[in-house]
Design a protein around this ligand. Structure first.
Ligand SMILES: Nc1ncnc2c1ncn2[C@@H]1O[C@H](COP(=O)(O)OP(=O)(O)OP(=O)(O)O)[C@@H](O)[C@H]1O
Ligand SMILES: [Mg+2]
Length: 267
């Protein structure tokens, strides 16, 4: 039995408004421990006629950090696009706290607590750090609180509050992207390749922030090509290849699977 207690489980609609708001009232983060806060069940997705996800199934439980690994083109970003509402699956079920949300709009999902930090950061380069943070305040959170929260977690952003985001280093921009996501108080934080193009020492710093966010109880989905650091903070991991999940398990086992496959393919 689902946590909906016999209530209509489907919240899919063309605009995603009313039913998704009902889900918000129920509180995404209040989901019972045995019901995944996020679940993809046999998800298929396509770009036009080209199908790229061939039945992806995965679960994230409350407070878990789950890593999604796989080579270039495996379908990781597409899977995240489904989670963020950017893409509507052609088949399968996308469930949040046990309710079906296929077709819900990205902003509706963001409002109920699904925060996605896209590949390539998604900060506004011509706006200052502070302006970028305030752009995230659509929920009506007071500006002072947003700044306090972001600058406490990322003191480096406080030092650079009046600097145009596009002139900051890659690592600093990624911190800003994380801070922008966090000020919305998400229940689920989805990160696509936050370490891309960054020096190892910066990646370590970013991952220490992500680990801290995870300890605060936020459920996290991390996509990474460079598995080691992500696996170090993960509770569970999935490996994708060619639009399907090919393995899942605890991080140590998945690291071994990856190493075997890289060795096998001559990498
Ligand atoms: N907008 C698009 N139009 C057509 N095909 C696309 C589009 N975006 C992605 N694809 C294709 O879908 C497949 C999966 O791409 P996706 O971006 O999900 O992979 P990925 O695992 O995130 O890879 P990477 O590690 O390189 O970011 C690839 O074959 C890719 O070429
Ligand atoms: Mg990608």
């Amino acid at each position: 039995m689902s946590a909906t207690d016999g209530a209509e489980p489907s919240v899919s609609s063309s605009n995603g408004q009313v039913p998704v708001d009902a889900l918000a009232a129920a509180g995404l983060a209040e989901v019972e421990a045995h019901t995944p806060i996020l679940e993809l069940a046999a998800i298929r997705a396509a770009y036009g006629q080209i199908q790229v996800l061939h039945g992806v199934s995965l679960k994230v439980f409350r407070g878990e950090t789950v890593v999604l690994l796989g080579a270039n083109g495996a379908g990781k970003t597409t899977t995240i696009s489904v989670m963020s509402g950017q893409m509507t699956p052609t088949a399968g079920d996308y469930l949040l706290a046990g309710r079906r949300v296929n077709g819900a709009a990205p902003d509706a999902l963001a409002r109920i607590g699904v925060c996605t930090i896209p590949e390539g950061r998604g900060v506004f380069p011509n706006l200052t750090v502070t302006e970028n943070l305030l752009m995230a305040s659509y929920g009506g959170t007071p500006a002072a609180r947003i700044k306090d929260q972001a600058f406490e977690l990322f003191p480096r952003l406080a030092e650079r509050r009046n600097q145009a985001a596009g002139t900051m280093s890659g690592g600093e921009q990624q911190m800003l992207a994380l801070a922008r996501g966090l000020v919305t108080n998400p229940a689920i934080l989805i990160l696509d390749e936050i370490s891309m193009g960054l020096a190892p020492i910066i990646v370590d710093e970013l991952y220490s922030y992500v680990a801290r966010i995870a300890r605060s109880g936020v459920s996290i989905v991390i996509v990474e090509q460079f598995a080691h650091r992500a696996l170090a903070i993960a509770d569970r991991a999935y490996i994708m290849a060619h639009g399907s999940v090919t393995a899942e398990g605890d991080p140590a086992d998945m690291e071994a699977v990856l190493q075997a496959s890289y060795l096998g393919s001559g990498h």
